[in-house]
Each structure stands twice: as C-alpha cells, then as structure tokens.
Write a protein that binds this ligand. Sequence first.
Ligand SMILES: Cc1cc2nc3c(=O)[nH]c(=O)nc-3n(C[C@H](O)[C@H](O)[C@H](O)COP(=O)(O)OP(=O)(O)OC[C@H]3O[C@@H](n4cnc5c(N)ncnc54)[C@H](O)[C@@H]3O)c2cc1C
Length: 472
Amino acid sequence: MRSPHVIVIGGGLSGLSASIALADFGFRVSLLEKTPRLGGRATSYVLPTGEQIDNCQHVTLRCCANLADFYSRTGVADKIRYYDQLVFADSKGQRAFIKPSKLPAPFHLLPSFATFRLLKWKDKQAVAHAMLRIVGSGGRPELSGAITMLDWLKQQKQTQAAIDRFWRTVLVSALNEDLEYIDASYGIAVFWKAFLSNPGGFRVGIPAVPLADLYRSTSERIERKQGHVRTRCGVAEIQVCGNKVSSVQVEDGSEMNADYYVAALTFDRLLKTLPDGIRTQEPFANFQNLLVSPITSVHLWFDRIVMQEPFLTSVDQTIQWVFNKTKLYGDGPPKSAQYLQIVISASRGLRDRSQQEIIELCKDELARLFPATREARLIRSVVICENAATFSPQPGCDRWRPDQCTPISNLFLAGDWTQTGWPATMESAVRSGYRAAEAILAQEGRPARVIQPELPVTGLARWIHRTQGGRT
Ligand SMILES: Cc1cc2nc3c(=O)[nH]c(=O)nc-3n(C[C@H](O)[C@H](O)[C@H](O)COP(=O)(O)OP(=O)(O)OC[C@H]3O[C@@H](n4cnc5c(N)ncnc54)[C@H](O)[C@@H]3O)c2cc1C
C-alpha cells in the first residue's frame, strides 16, 4: 500500500519533531525549510572566521520530557549534559547555590534554599509560603481571573527582595517576559514542574556541541525513511481549494502536493503564506493578538580564563545568565582563552542601545561577577538581538493559541506558540510537532500516542497535593 505523503513547512524543532514522528510511523515526509540550516530559532551560525556560534544559548530542563524524547529518537541525547547545581550571584560577587538533597519532593531543594545567601530569612519565609500554596494545589491554585504573576506574588505577600532576587530571576529567563506581563498560571507551572513535583525536574540540560550539530542525524533519519529534507526551500503560498490544501507554491515557482500539510512556522510567517480569504477567518485571524518578546545574547571572547563555573545566574543586574562556552564544550586540551555567552531575556530595555553600549554594559557587570575580566583583553564580541524571540505569555493569551487541527481538513499547525500547555520553549515546539503527528495519525484511522508523559509527581508533593484536595 502507498504510504501517505506529508509536506512539513519549516525546519525548526516543531517541524523536525513532526517529521521524525511521522517518518517513524511510515509516512513519506517532505520537509521544506526556507534557510540553509535546520533548527529555526534554536540553531547556530557560521561566523566569517569559520567559527560556529549559537544564535543564543539554549537550555532545557529534565522536566522537558518530549524534547528529551526527540533527542533520544535522533540519537543525540548523549550530547546534552545535565547539571545538578544552580549558581546564583549578586553584583557584589557573592555566590549562592541551589542543589538537591536526599529529601523527597517538594523538599529536595530545601536545605540549599535554607542556606541561600542572597535572600534574608523573611524573604525565604515568604517564598516558602507561596511554594506551599503551589504544592497544595498541584501546581494550579485558584486564581482570581487572568492575573499577572506580579499580582499573584503580591497576593501571596512576597517581600520586594523575594520578588526581585528570586521570582524575577527565575521567571524572566524561563518565560522570556517580565513579571508584570506574565500570566500567573504560566509562572506557577514553571515552579511546580521544574522545582516542586519531582526531584529531577530542575536539572539543567545544556548541549555540549553547537545547536546545529544536533539536527544532522534528524535529516539522515528522515531521508532513510523515504523522506526528503530540502533547505533553501521557502514556501511562498499554501494554496487552498474548498476545505482542503491543494498544494504549496515554493519560492522558486514550483508546486508540490501531498496528502497532509503541517505548517510549522511562526504565526507571522504562517499568516503571510495563507491566502487572503483564509487569513481573516478564525482561528487564523486570532494570531495577530499574540504579542512577542525579545532576547539579546552577547558573545564575548577573552584572552584568558575569567570564569570557573560552567554557567551562572545573575540576580540583580541587566545580564541574567552567563554561560562558560569553553567549559560547556569541554573536550580537548586546557584552554588559555575563554568564550562566554550572556543571555538577557525580555530585553526591551536594550532596544535603544547600540551594540557597543551593550558590550560595555556587559563588561561592567561581568567585572562584578568575575573580577579577572578587569585585567583581561576582550578579543572579539558579537551581539545578537532576536526581537521576536518568543510569544509573550500575557494573561489570557491562551485563548489565541490554536489547536494543531484546523478547519482546513488536511492542514495541521505546529510551533511553540500553538496550544501545548507550555510556554514558548523547545519543549513546547516538540510537543506541538508530536501533537500534529498524533492528529494526522488519528485522521488516517491509526490513533497512536506520540506525546510523552510528564515526569511523575513524587514523594510528599504527591501526598500533600492529594490531602489538600488539589486538582491535577
Ligand atoms: C534567543 C532565543 C533564546 C531562546 N532560549 C531558549 C532556551 O534556552 N530554552 C528553550 O527551551 N527555548 C528557548 N528559546 C525558544 C526556542 O528557540 C523556540 O521555542 C523553538 O526553537 C521554536 O521552534 P519552532 O519550530 O516552533 O519555530 P522556529 O524555530 O521559528 O521554526 C520555524 C522555521 O520555519 C522556517 N520558515 C519560515 N518561513 C518559512 C517558509 N515560508 N517556508 C519554509 N520555512 C520557513 C524558519 O526558517 C524556521 O526554521 C529561545 C528562543 C530564542 C529566539
């Protein structure tokens, strides 16, 4: 019997994961990607020097079960290294650590939190109170409507220091948005899934290779399974006839058709490829209500070693995370120079600054964390600002996020911004791709589960949640 043919438009993580899942179920997949490389927003560039750099450091957490599954399917799971200890630092250079203990969830991080030097006792008491609210409700406390995370924290009587040095530090980077714009349900879910419900959820996974190296095996696997991966192959228009996609028009003027189509594009790109009459219909017309938030990454090469930790979080400065890329890539003889990458999420405040001003700001702030940078020579620097890095998880935004099935019978959507229950992350992208694959399988009359279960709720977290009558 002829296997069904699927055209997947977009080679980011959502398109790659839909392609792999469908290829594994015997579909013939044609993956069309506009740029020369795969990975979309989670990829690497080659500099004129020949060096490959990530557009921005990407990290995952152990609770991202579908992304981990994608890496396993494509044989690159061993290229992600997991770290158990989170290092926080303030502008005085003081360090504090969050690391696991033998206590069961949700108390596994409590001993390190009790000795966390960057918060005072009253701040920690406030944080503990809010955490218990989250645990007791299974990560879904009753909320008074679509409220912001900041309002919820104020309702929980958090101190200013707890808000600024703890909640803001974790959530702005996890959700790429400021507390005053984050839907509280998103913020609460981060703490429940990563820090409270399972002792392993918070472990930070960082690729030990450039991001683009993670996708070579994906292409090979799709091609081994009768599929095709075409880069530099942008889709100009998705052509719709009645209730079905009839074909896609490629930018070189050619046409391609298939039984099913997965549009794994960002919402602005998708709207550009849809015919006028469709773009204005629901759910497509709703996408314009989603807002976006920027991320700035700053790459600095020093002539000597200035940082010892593999990565570090800064609690009270503009720079938020510093990654020691030399150490994270790891292999090879000891190095005499060092490559650092700084990440600043929700970086609207840098919009009017020149690249040179951003570099100077980073150097000043780095010197407070790593005094050795004062003596070091900055050999090279690159600033990359992604203005539309992710959608902004604003209160009520879920109503604009579409399902993967559309009113057009053979058109499916994927992308970190579609309905996945997760904020805009690599996990959300892979979930959306797997959900699109599940929807196509169901339409073929071959229902199957592709989505992976979340990490189980364990230990006392499970017990507290049940005795308090929490909903899961
Ligand atoms: C700076 C930055 C830092 C981030 N950090 C993290 C992090 O640490 N952890 C994390 O989990 N997430 C992070 N994210 C989010 C993560 O990168 C995204 O959630 C994820 O990569 C989105 O994948 P996607 O497939 O949904 O979309 P995309 O990656 O945007 O994929 C869409 C693809 O479609 C292609 N395309 C566009 N138009 C066409 C066309 N007409 N025809 C064919 N192809 C087309 C694009 O080139 C692209 O490859 C970060 C994002 C950014 C920008």
